[in-house]
Design a protein around this ligand. Structure first.
Ligand SMILES: Nc1ncnc2c1ncn2[C@@H]1O[C@H](COP(=O)(O)OP(=O)(O)OP(=O)(O)O)[C@@H](O)[C@H]1O
Ligand SMILES: [Mg+2]
Length: 247
């Protein structure tokens, strides 16, 4: 589904991503792990089109999207959340999802909407809120939500963009430890039901273990390990990089 080849990203001559190679398959849930500041968000930005690489290629479903705009990528089915949630504070939970739906249907600039169209979008937004267990909070404003619910809403909005491939940058950051698994259960079951692929950046290794089919380790700009979480986490080099433990 997604193929990244020899990807390089420099900022002011400093190489952050250095010939990274990896693939994500259809229906696969992949976790991207690595120390703070190693370039995980940069990699997500390169895939979503919020940054362009210095060299290398990104293919999505056989199409070269290396230089495509974020808008084109969203239309192709690539959506993302943001590490810092990106909600419209002045709009209710329901309206946040509706705004996303209107934008994907190209209606945001259309003043006169047919009553039916408006009704369809509202129904779809309600359905998405049900999928993510947020229906009882539809009329609340985001600032009254818990951090966990804000994160779920942020993911629901990426989901509303009709994604086939979802990039989730730390979907549980800021969420209380006790709520993290509940948030992930909600997000992952929605993703699986829709048969979406997903790349998740996650620091919590318990979450990586429980929710990913495969884990990729980013270090020194490269993907240095890829495989089932259990086998990757047992590699001495990975333990040293992630936990500072020498094998
Ligand atoms: N737009 C930019 N301009 C210059 N340097 C940048 C830019 N974006 C990221 N960097 C640098 O690239 C490096 C990687 O940052 P990035 O945010 O991708 O790391 P990360 O792995 O997501 O970190 P964290 O785990 O803290 O979220 C950092 O040194 C950062 O300062
Ligand atoms: Mg980051």
């Amino acid at each position: 589904m997604l193929r990244v080849r020899e990807l390089v990203k420099e900022f002011d001559k400093v190489v952050i991503i250095d010939r990274a190679n990896f693939e994500v398959k259809e229906d696969e849930i992949v976790s991207l792990v690595g120390p703070n500041g190693v370039g995980k968000t940069t990699l997500v930005n390169l895939i979503s089109g919020h940054l362009y690489p210095t060299s290398g290629t990104i293919e999505y479903r056989g199409k070269d999207i290396t230089t495509a705009t974020p808008y084109v990528r969203i239309k192709l089915g690539i959506a993302r959340n943001f590490q810092i949630t990106n909600l419209f504070d002045g709009a209710t939970v329901l309206d946040n999802v509706r705004i996303c739906l209107f934008s994907i249907y190209g209606k945001i600039r259309n003043w006169v909407l047919s009553a039916n169209h408006y009704k369809d979008v509202t129904e779809e937004a309600i359905h998405i809120l049900e999928t993510f267990g947020l229906s009882d909070k539809a009329n609340l404003f985001p600032d009254s939500l818990s951090e966990g619910d804000k994160k779920v809403l942020d993911t629901a909005m990426a989901f509303a963009l009709k994604a086939k491939f979802l990039l989730l940058d730390e979907p549980t950051s800021g969420v209380a430890t006790a709520d993290k698994f509940k948030v992930m259960d909600t997000i992952i079951s929605a993703i699986k039901r829709q048969k979406m692929s997903c790349m998740i950046i996650e620091h919590d290794m318990d979450i990586v273990f429980d929710y990913s089919d495969r884990v990729l380790v980013l270090y020194g700009g490269e993907i240095i390990a890829s495989g089932h979480p259990k086998e990757v986490m047992e590699q001495d080099k990975v333990k040293e990089i992630l936990f500072g433990v020498r094998g």
